[in-house]
Design a protein around this ligand. Structure first.
Ligand code: ZN
Length: 325
């Protein structure tokens, strides 16, 4: 039943430290001050965002105060960057590009349990939704999260790039029960998986601007950049990401229109450090920050005008389960 996901907006915000490469220090959180403005914008359009908290952000008093002030107007999930979650091995400390798949599964499970505890302490509720840092989601994470009571993951997307490859081109665009075989390292699933309710994957949204045959996705992404640029200039093929940091307002609205026609939800990706000037590489000045908020508002206004509804990640996961019954 593909059509039931049309006109559904899911707004996700990875809540992280300021980008250490931009502010030239680790452990800075000026950008947390942008969350209130963002939440107020969402609230005006009756949108309930899902904030995915990293361990270190959830440890900040301002973040906990923000979470408590939101009450039921938002969902609070977890976002893993393993180098900042105990137990931290010496080789992990300060490695801001550490991928979850590089962490030994036993220690990874401990990290996920500690992350869930820390988010629960900040938000006053146990998290049920999740995103892996760098989209690096593995069967070991899926198994541990299911044990810890998580219901939704939003780490993957058919058009998401991992390194230099696009390993998820066959992944459905609509929310679906996660098949661990879709993930990258199939070896670490373990037998416990079968006894546990599997997670629902709510994929990140990227779409082609115009209808484009699925069987050609792989061919398209193997083309040299210059050829893809020519196809884009000719209006023949162009992939659009549903990220206010990486798309114009017109393109974000175009993504909404395409997902509506395709009968899939539009899952937006925001990073907290894009919500304050000078704390990310993509939003540097006051003017850029104002323009970012304007782009988001264009999307929210478009969705309201067209009668869209909004779901959190966990609500999307539960809708999959209810539909499957
Ligand atoms: Zn992240």
């Amino acid at each position: 039943m593909l059509g039931r996901w049309a006109k559904q907006l899911v707004v996700t915000v990875s809540v992280e430290p300021d980008d250490p490469w931009v502010v030239e220090r680790s452990g800075e959180y000026r950008s947390l001050d942008g969350l209130g403005r963002f939440h107020e914008l969402c609230r005006r359009y009756a949108v309930r965002p899902t904030y995915l908290l990293t361990y270190s952000a959830a440890s900040e008093l301002r973040c906990a105060a923000f979470a408590r002030s939101c009450g039921d107007s938002a969902e609070f999930g977890a976002h893993l960057h393993p180098e900042e979650v105990p137990p931290i091995a010496e080789v992990e400390r300060g490695n801001h590009t550490l991928r979850p798949s590089a962490v030994e599964p036993g220690r990874l499970r401990e990290k996920l349990a500690n992350l869930a505890e820390r988010v629960a302490a900040a938000a006053g509720r146990r998290p049920t939704s999740y995103r892996a840092g760098f989209g690096d989601f593995t069967p070991a994470q899926a198994a541990a999260l299911a044990e810890l009571g998580f219901e939704a993951d939003s780490s993957l997307g058919p058009l998401e790039k991992m390194g230099s490859a696009y390993p998820f081109l066959r992944l459905p665009l609509e929310p679906h029960v996660l098949d661990p075989a879709d993930l990258l390292c199939k070896s670490a699933i373990g037998n416990r998986q079968s006894a546990i309710r599997p997670l629902v994957e709510v994929p990140l949204t990227s779409v082609f601007r115009r209808p484009f045959p699925r069987r050609l996705f792989g061919v398209y992404f193997r083309l040299p950049g210059i050829v893809r640029g020519a196809l884009r200039a000719a209006g023949l093929a162009e992939a659009l990401r549903f990220r206010p940091a990486a798309a114009s307002a017109d393109d974000l609205v175009a993504v909404c229109c395409r997902t509506e026609r395709m009968g899939v939800p539009a899952v937006m990706t925001v990073h907290s450090n894009e919500l304050w000037p000078g704390t990310s590489g993509s939003v540097v000045t006051e003017a850029a920050c104002a323009a970012y908020f304007e782009r988001v508002e264009r999307v929210l206004a478009h969705c309201r005008e067209r009668g869209w509804s909004c779901r959190t990640l966990t609500e999307a996961a539960r809708a999959v389960r209810e539909g499957a019954r």
